[in-house]
Design a protein around this ligand. Structure first.
Ligand code: PGA
Length: 258
């Protein structure tokens, strides 16, 4: 059985103390998180950058991993407001979300910038969770596969050193994020098969089949198990339903029950 990933993307929510309290409450709900290597489900929390270190410290004696929601591709220098991979690692982060749709469509990151960040993350030996997904109008126009193909192509072309330790892909249809309108299981399955094929093509059969593919977009307790029944989906990236520790614990149990 592959390892299953349950990732919390807190976006621009939670203070330092709220982040620490979340970890305490989650561990209370899921005591198995304290035993190293015990669980099949790997929890990954992406807090806001100011809380990364404090959440990592709160999670120190657990199996929970912590990461950043974004990074810059240079290691240091005159890039006001940006945060580098060495800084993220030093603060206790071991993963980075790359190319989240809010970075692409709200902040304006293009495929080339996403590719540079992905390369830097992989070269730093940090797990990159590369987000791909189409807008509603792109799906309605029949362009969902073309958009995801392009996002994967520009991000993965010519990349070396990719393994399941440095890359995971999250399929997040933009229209399903924070909208309460989750994608159907057959739609996600079709896209997951497509992403798997593209991964194998870009990084080879051996490594391409081991890279985790997560689903994200209005995942909540009750609908997670449908997505987890898809063969190529081995994780979920959760926004809204990850903010409350009890709801996140319910997702953990739902995933573990698979
Ligand atoms: P959502 O967000 O679960 O609130 O839809 C998912 C995400 O943006 O990663």
């Amino acid at each position: 059985m592959p390892k299953l990933w349950l990732a919390a993307n807190w976006k621009m929510n939670k203070t330092v103390s709220e982040g620490q309290a979340f970890v305490g409450r989650l561990v209370e709900q899921i005591p198995g998180l304290i035993k190293p290597g015990a669980g099949e489900v790997q929890v990954l929390i992406f807090p806001g950058l100011v809380s990364l270190q404090s959440v990592a410290t709160a999670a120190r004696d657990t199996t929970i991993r912590v990461g950043a929601q974004d990074c810059y591709f240079e290691a240091h220098g005159a890039f006001t407001g940006e945060v580098s991979l060495p800084q993220i690692k030093d603060a206790g982060g071991s993963a980075v979300i790359v190319g989240h749709s809010e970075r692409r469509h709200v902040i304006g990151e293009d495929n080339r910038l996403v590719a540079a960040k992905l390369r830097a993350t992989i070269n730093a030996g940090v797990l990159a969770v590369l987000c791909v997904g189409e807008l509603a109008e792109e799906r309605d126009a029949g362009g969902a596969f073309r958009v995801v193909d392009e996002q994967l192509e520009t991000a993965l072309a010519g990349l070396a050193g990719v393994t399941e330790r440095t890359l995971a892909v999250a399929y997040e249809p933009v229209w399903a994020i924070g909208s309460g309108r989750s994608a159907t299981v057959p739609d996600v399955e079709e896209m997951a098969i497509f992403i798997r094929e593209r991964l194998v093509e870009h990084i080879g059969e051996e490594r391409g089949k081991d890279v985790a593919i997560m689903y994200g977009g209005s995942v909540k307790p009750g609908n997670l198990s449908g997505y987890m029944s898809i063969r190529d989906i081995t994780g979920a990236l959760v926004g809204g339903a990850s903010l409350d520790a009890d709801s996140f614990a319910a997702l953990y149990r739902e995933m573990e029950g698979q």
